[in-house]
Structures are given as C-alpha cells and as structure tokens.
Design a protein around this ligand. Structure first.
Ligand code: NAD
Length: 450
C-alpha cells in the first residue's frame, strides 16, 4: 500500500520506516525543509538507535522518501497518517499542527473521488478526532463521513527503543469512525502478528492517555515512597523496591525462571519523569477531567510530585554543600530525559540546572548525545559549559549530579570521581551506583530514597 505520513519527528519517521519493512511505500511529509533534506540524504534528523541503518535501507529500496508537498503526497497514497506534535500549553493541548494537517489533507481530498483513510496517530484527547479533525477534513474536502475513512490509532513507542517498538508492536489499537475505516486501515498490519483492538475513536484516544498516565503514576508513586524512606533516615528505598519487585504478580515465575517485566523500570525512584509525552499528557488529561467536572486528584498528585522532584534532588546536594551554592562548580552528568535518546524535552536536567544557575552555581553539563549534532535550543539558552567528556565535566567540581542513567556513567568508578573532583560529592539521582562501594571509597554519596 502507499502511505503518506504528516510529520516526520520521532513518531512519524519511525512509523514510516517500520511500515516499509512490511513492504509498504511511504511518503514522509514534513514542513521543516532541513528535515526533508536530511531524511532524503538517508540520515535521521534525531538520534534513535537503529534508525539510520533502516532508513538507509528503505531509501535504497525506493520505499521511503520525504517531501514538503502535502497535496501531492496525499493524492499519491491510499492512507494518510497524522503524526504531528500536540504540545500542552497552559494545560491545554495545542492543536494548531493537527488543524493545519487536517486542512491540508481536506484540500487535497477535494481533488479525488478515491476512498482515502485518514488516521490520527498524534496523541489527542478524547473527542478531538471526531470534533476537530473530522469537521476540518469535511469542510475542506467537501466530503461526508462515508466517502472517506477516519481512524485514531495511538502510538505506544518509547524513545530509546522506538524502532523495535514500532517493528514489533505489543498491540495495535484502532479507533474507527465506522467499520470500513478500521478494516481498510488495519490492512497495513496484515503481515504482523500483533493483536489488533478495534474501538471507537474516543476509546482509542483515552487508551493512550491512560497508558502514559499509569506509567507516570508508578514513577511518582515510587518517588513518594522514596521521600518517606528518606525521612526515616533508616531505609534505602532500593532495598524496598527489590522486595516489591519480587512479588510474583509483578515478576512472574515461569518454571525456574523469574521474568523481569519492563514495568519494573517504572517502579523505581529517581529525579522524575520527563520527555515529550508523560508531562504533557498527564497535564492535558487532568485539565480534560476538570472540564468534565471530574477531579482527577490522583493524576494531579502525580504531576505535583514530579514537578517537585528536581528540588528534592537539589536538597540532597545542599545537605552536603550547604544552602549557599554561589560560586560552587556543579557537574551534571546526563541532560536528556532518558538514555539512548537526544531528546531534551521536559528533561529533569533543565529545572535542576535552572535552579543551580539561579543560586549562582557554575554548571558544567555532559551528555553523550544531546549536543553531538549541534547545540539544541534548550541548552543554548542556558549559561552552562558543555563538556566533551565526563572527566572534563567533573574537573575541580564541588558536586556531581547523575541525572540520566547513560551506560557511559554506569561504569564510572569512585576513583574516577575522586581523582577529578575538588570535593567528591556525588548525588545519584538515578541510583546507578553501589552505595557501599562509593561510600567506602571516600565519596560523599547521596541518592534519591537513600
Ligand atoms: P516531533 O515534534 O518530534 O515531530 C513532529 C513533526 O511534525 C515535526 O518534525 C514538525 O516539523 C512536523 N510538522 C508539524 N506540523 C506539520 C505539518 N502541518 N505538516 C508537516 N509536518 C508538520 O513530535 P513526536 O515526538 O514525533 O510526536 C508526535 C505525536 O506523537 C505527538 O502527539 C506525541 O504526543 C505523540 N507520541 C510521541 C511519542 C514519542 O516518544 N516522541 C510516543 C508516542 C506518541
């Protein structure tokens, strides 16, 4: 089949590449001309493991191309997927890009009588596909609902493992306006064995928010328990999680083997969640519940705990260095919101750095990926030094905070910190080090939940 995808970010491009492996021909529509050029040069505009290799292959096979010509691409395809950004601004989802994409698709469809399916893959609140996307498409295409297909199929990929997630989806949720829409869209997954769930449009939309909010809730719950553990002065929360994780309902025993499900990574304490999804989606869902007259007090607490977790991290530093951080040199190891991505959106590193700068600290950051292909806006705005290596970041530092659990940091030894830092103060906000190993080696070691 021929599939056009509007928006070539993490979701659009990775979805496009994965669809080429099923034999489909994909046109990636992107209004950022630099990204179009980069993709057509067989290079991913962002870092995601494995994407460059498969993109090269897809382009070589003639199965994928990028363009900024939306009309031509829609008319040249059977299905159009919308994968543009849906940021949350002032607790409201900004639907500008969704509206523009729907308008462009509608304007193209006015020129054809062929049955065309439009599928929203961007994360949108319940009702948006039916109440926003559908009227815009019909206004500009002049078509009525049965003359075209409309679906909402949320994307569950996670950055860092996006390609594998898209190539082997654990589930495909297809919200359909009517049966024909869903049936036609589901044809693109004919060659996969992943379970497909058909729902109405609204259910598919809420499924995505429920999935993200559940994971965010586990993280904030873990951080609340960490706060309680810290307050006792007698408990290391890591030991608590070991005991909790071994519950066979969380890590089932299959014969003699213990399965360690991915969910356990979310039942761990740290400096909080970030990224382009959890923060914006939890905020949007809470605001949506308010509009419906529902309190959503749990989700609001999840957000509140997460918003205050960077300060909790800094408190650990101040417990050692004192309240006055003016002139103190602090190294931040890890700037991205999680390892294996170059994405800085809503990374906890940003509020931590801002607070340090407000207090007069000198901040040196290091990240293996965040500024490898040029310094992104979020970092260029900050008055910090970006180091080429962890060693350079730690040189003569009065304290170091581990914000992202990159592999590059996991193997750093206490000796390495001691040799480079002026004061060997390590705040392990991801609990990647052995506390005894570090403490016995003379490091002043503090961690979340310790
Ligand atoms: P992104 O910002 O990386 O990519 C969006 C792309 O769309 C950008 O390149 C932008 O230039 C382009 N664009 C915007 N308007 C356009 C238009 N009218 N025509 C052509 N191109 C246009 O965003 P993303 O991270 O890929 O997320 C996209 C959607 O998927 C969001 O709704 C997000 O919530 C959701 N989602 C994201 C992830 C993730 O891990 N990033 C996972 C699941 C779902």
């Amino acid at each position: 089949m021929k599939i056009s995808i509007v928006g070539s970010g993490y979701v659009g491009l990775v979805t496009g590449i994965s669809l080429t492996t099923l034999g489909h021909k994909v046109i990636c529509i992107e209004n950022n001309k630099d990204k179009v050029f980069t993709i057509n040069s067989a290079k991913s505009p962002f870092y995601e493991p494995g994407v460059d290799e498969l993109l090269k292959k897809a382009i070589k096979q003639g199965l994928l191309q990028a363009t900024d010509n939306l009309e031509e691409s829609v008319l040249d395809s059977d299905i159009t997927i919308i994968a543009v950004g849906t940021p949350t601004v002032d607790n409201k989802t900004d639907l500008t890009a969704i509206g523009a994409a729907s308008e462009g698709i509608g304007k193209a469809l006015v020129k054809t009588d062929k049955y065309h399916v439009i599928t929203v893959k961007s994360t949108v609140l319940p009702g948006v596909t039916e109440k926003v996307v559908k009227p815009i498409i019909e206004q500009y295409s002049g078509k009525t609902s049965k003359q075209y297909g409309l679906c909402m199929s949320p994307e569950f990929l996670a950055e860092g493992t996006a390609l594998n997630d898209a190539l082997n989806p654990d589930r495909i949720v297809i919200g359909q306006f009517d049966e024909k829409s869903g049936r036609e869209f589901a044809k693109i997954y004919k060659k996969t064995s992943s379970p497909v769930i058909f729902t109405n449009l609204w259910t598919a939309e809420l499924t995505k928010y429920a999935a993200n909010s559940l994971l965010a809730t586990l993280i904030s719950f873990s951080n609340e328990i960490a706060r309680i553990a810290e307050a006792t002065g007698k408990i290391d929360v890591l030991e608590v999680w070991k005991g909790v994780h071994l519950d066979k309902r969380l890590s089932p025993i299959n014969g003699k083997t213990r399965i360690s499900p991915g969910i356990l990574k979310f039942i761990l304490s740290g400096c909080g969640y970030g990224g382009s999804c959890f923060p914006k989606d939890t905020k949007a869902l809470a605001a949506f519940a308010d509009e419906l007259g529902e309190e959503a007090s749990l989700i609001k607490s999840v957000i509140n705990i997460n918003n205050t977790q960077p300060q909790r991290t800094l408190k650990l530093l101040k417990d050692v260095l004192g309240k006055d951080l003016n002139g103190k040199k602090i190294a931040i190891l890890g700037l991205t919101f999680k390892p294996e991505t170059d994405d800085l959106r809503e990374s906890p590193a940003l509020p931590i750095i801002n607070e340090l700068l407000n207090e007069g600290a000198i901040v040196v950051g290091h990240d293996p990926r965040a500024y490898k292909e040029g310094i992104p806006d979020q970092l260029s705005k900050l008055n910090i030094t970006l180091a080429d290596s962890p060693e350079e970041a730690l040189k003569a530092a009065d304290g170091a905070i581990i914000v992202t659990s990159w592999k590059d940091y996991i193997n750093l030894t206490p000796k390495f910190f001691k040799e480079n830092m002026r004061l060997p103060v390590v705040i392990d906000a991801r609990r990647i080090y052995d506390k005894n190993n570090f403490t016995n080696a003379g490091i002043i070691y503090k961690g979340i939940g310790l």
